[in-house]
Design a binder for this molecule. Sequence first.
Ligand SMILES: Nc1ncnc2c1ncn2[C@@H]1O[C@H](COP(=O)(O)OP(=O)(O)O)[C@@H](O)[C@H]1O
Ligand SMILES: O=C(O)C[C@@H](O)[C@H](O)C(=O)COP(=O)(O)O
Length: 331
Amino acid sequence: MSALTFPTNRPFDLIAIGRLCIDLNANEIHRPMEETRTFTKYVGGSPANIAIGAARLGMKSGFIGKLADDQMGRYIEQYLNDKSIDTSQLSVDDTGAVTGLAFTEIKSPTDCSILMYRDNAADMLLKPEEVSEEYIKQTKALLISGTALAASPSREAVFVALDYARKHGVFVFFDLDYRPYTWKNVAETSIYYQLAAEKCDFIIGTREEFDMMEKFAGHQADDKLTAEKWFGHHAQVVLIKHGSDGSIAYTKEGGAYKGGIFKTKVLKTFGAGDSYASAMIYALMQGWELPRAMEYGSASAAIVISRHSCSDAMPTSEELDTFIASAERGE
Ligand SMILES: Nc1ncnc2c1ncn2[C@@H]1O[C@H](COP(=O)(O)OP(=O)(O)O)[C@@H](O)[C@H]1O
Ligand SMILES: O=C(O)C[C@@H](O)[C@H](O)C(=O)COP(=O)(O)O
């Protein structure tokens, strides 16, 4: 396929919308949460991680979201400012909502889990009127993330952002980012995922995430069938991630590209998807062909899963180039 095209002459490369949270990653690894006493605090939330990863690679990034009016909210804003991510479109909650927390348990390199504290999380309170059309028309690409669709008003805020993006020719990436505990039921999840996916140019998710979206599709889980459904709407690329088995991307023109993995010393499994997305988006926006962009994403994932955090661990392009030059490819 030829490289994807993005609008030019816009001040922002990538604007993300959705969740800004805190990750508390267990310091005492290889033991269950019940026995863990100390955690290290990082900025987290899937779209935040992707924006941070993109900024680390030199992209001009911005964020649309809602922060809690608490110490954690202020910490997040300061962190984004330090990383040169534009925070002008972050609003602050005035209802007493809190910052979402993700406590992570690292039992082994293959057995990790996340314990989320998200009752009354401020990020879900972003309102449609807090999304600026003027802001969205200044970016080449918009990243939306599925969790923000789980409830009103952030659901409507994302749909408003999608409408502005379509109106102004902004390229839209959709990371499915399905977190079951934020949703009420399967039908609602599947329907809203589909309504959003119809408006997006590039859809990325794990096989399990696509399975959720296709709950009522009436066909067996099949990557090619999954992809084809979206080419009748706006999608140009559908990418399905398969963990340590790599990934596969289908293009509207009929191409299929398998993405491999890099061997790495896995510390924890989470963060793979966000780092993959950020580096792949960066690479695509440099004008690279899809297979090379997928390789860049997979290298970033291999680096991040060998480190303790997600956001702080995002690599620079120099780190990625050095890694790719010497790393061993997986099966
Ligand atoms: N054990 C692993 N070793 C090397 N790379 C991995 C491993 N697990 C995942 N990756 C890389 O990260 C990408 C995304 O991982 P995946 O687990 O599918 O996403 P998510 O973190 O969103 O669930 C994979 O396509 C692969 O490139
Ligand atoms: O998304 C969250 O709220 C938590 C993340 O910050 C977390 O570290 C994580 O789960 C990363 O997700 P992944 O990249 O999809 O593995």
